[in-house]
Design a protein around this ligand. Structure first.
Ligand code: HEM
Length: 263
């Protein structure tokens, strides 16, 4: 059998003053990586946007309190990831919901750990969102021009609480069942929309299969989708307006006053 010719090593044209021009593996990998980034950027033109989002100037004197928004964001992402794994095993029907949670805890690999992260993560996220809101409030960061950032934050707070409420029913044990009945009945006493909201959540006049599947779909599709969109808008505003300076930094006089002359 004739011998096949050896394929030549990957080469690039030698630069002036260089030897053979053959790439060593590290160099080749680095260059390949850059090529992938360049390839993507040429087609999407995303890099200026990413640079705009990530490389920003922040005011002098910022401290750990300014990380609470990012911590809340991390808690949200952690809830999303652990929730996806739980959804692989959870069955939203009144006859099997409770059993499916027991199965996750007892039989699924790392099931109890992931379930625990999701359950405790919910409380952690609520604590973090309140701390973040308190930082924004006490630093006066809600004032002009950040009012809309604050209003979207309030909607995010309500949605986070609604996540906690709808998630509470899902294990479908005695505690979650009765707590949800109490919660929905309290909703029903609200003015104007209260009774309609209760009917909507219950999924009809009686408690049952529709209630559970409705809570499940609100918990894992409707609210997270809304939250992801609103967090995106919240972060867009944070980036566009910049982070507010700490209130104890004295405002300095402008060095030079430029007179505007109308022509
Ligand atoms: C899922 C919930 C939330 C996420 C993921 C989130 C995320 C963030 C992040 C990452 C920042 C920039 C860093 C920082 O200042 O900590 C920020 C800033 C801000 N957030 Fe939130 N936030 C959430 C909820 C809220 C809530 C409940 C409010 C108020 C009601 C709020 C109001 C604001 C305001 C006004 C700013 C601008 C602060 C400044 O410029 O100094 N956010 N948020």
């Amino acid at each position: 059998m004739p011998k096949l010719p050896l394929l030549p090593a990957r080469t690039r044209p030698a630069r002036p003053g260089e030897g053979s021009g053959a790439l060593d593996p590290i160099e080749a990998a680095t260059e390949a990586g850059l090529t992938v980034v360049d390839w993507l950027d040429e087609r999407t033109a995303l890099s200026p946007g990413i640079r705009w989002l990530l490389f920003r100037k922040v005011p002098r004197g910022i401290n750990w309190a300014y990380t609470l928004g990012s911590a809340t964001l991390f808690a949200f992402l952690s809830q999303a990831v652990t929730g996806v794994f739980l959804a692989m095993y959870y069955r939203p029907s009144i006859n099997s919901a409770y059993e499916s949670i027991r199965n996750i805890n007892d039989n699924v690999f790392l099931g109890q750990f992931v379930h625990g992260m999701h359950k405790w993560g919910a409380s952690v996220m609520i604590a973090l969102i309140f701390l973040h809101m308190a930082r924004v409030f006490f630093f006066g960061a809600y004032k002009y021009p950040r009012e809309l950032t604050w209003v979207i934050g309030v909607v995010l707070l309500i949605l986070t609480l609604a996540m906690g409420f709808t998630g509470y029913l899902l294990p479908f044990d005695q505690r979650s069942y009765w707590a949800t009945i109490v919660g929905v009945n309290i909703n029903g006493t609200g003015p104007f929309i209260g009774p309609y909201l209760s009917d909507f959540l219950r999924g009809g006049p009686d408690w049952g299969a529709t209630t559970l599947s409705r809570f499940y779909s609100i918990h894992m599709l409707l609210i997270p989708g809304l939250m992801a969109a609103l967090i995106g808008f919240h972060l867009y505003l944070v980036t566009k307006l910049g982070i507010s300076a700490a209130p104890w930094l004295n405002a300095t006089e402008p060095e030079e006053v430029v007179e505007v002359v109308e022509v």
